[in-house]
Ligand binder design. Sequence first.
Ligand code: ADP
Length: 249
Amino acid sequence: MNIRIGLDIGSTTAKGVALDADDRIIGHVLNPTGTAPKDTAKRICDELSSLGQPSAILSTGYSRHLVDWADRSITEITCHARGVHALHPDTATIIDIGGQDSKAIRLDTTGGVADFAMNDRCASGTGSFLDAIARRFDLNLEAIDAHCPPDTEPLPISSTCVVFAESEIVGLLARGEPIERVLAGVHAAIASRVRILVEQVRGTDPIYFSGGVAQNDAMRRALENELGRPVTTANHPQLAGAIGAALLA
Ligand code: ADP
């Protein structure tokens, strides 16, 4: 069987998807990118290649250029747009929050990129803020939304830098503030930075949320509060870029 492989080698997580001739997902792999992104990409590609004969391989993501055996490499903006549009053809705007960057992408009516804005400078608007808080306070990142129930009043986090924000949070907890309100504040802080990106691209509805952080429903709710508009989690949110890459392969 002929297959097409999309590899999204992100700064935090490497993702691979294999599609059959009818664009059905027949396999996917997700691994930490680790310290040797090229080796990680090779392992994922080899695993997916066992499902069929790859007729095309396309790479995307932060380390896409290391995948020198791919037929092509394309930016994650284009791949996310293609992937989310394939999963949700009514998409007008995508919010993608990954490990080290966040993006807003406005689509045209055909699913092409009309405009995009990206934050890859400041960790406090990305998943790495949540990663750092989860590590520091020994919380399970996969269940972080359980620590942050809906309608929790967020405590303002004024530090704009993750390192200082960690100290600020230690101080809030020492003052007896509940972790729920602190975490709601962290989500609200990230959402306020992402709102700027959505405004920059003049994002319209419907808005879909992709990237690894989209698995955290507290983040989706914080975005809805900040934007005052509905935000829907995309299907397979962390695989959207790899799906787009496989479709474009
Ligand atoms: P990148 O492409 O930049 O590597 P991803 O889109 O793969 O980023 O997202 C990685 C981030 O997703 C991690 O840094 C983490 O914050 C978040 N994440 C991963 N899995 C989960 C989960 N199950 N629940 C909540 N957040 C998650």
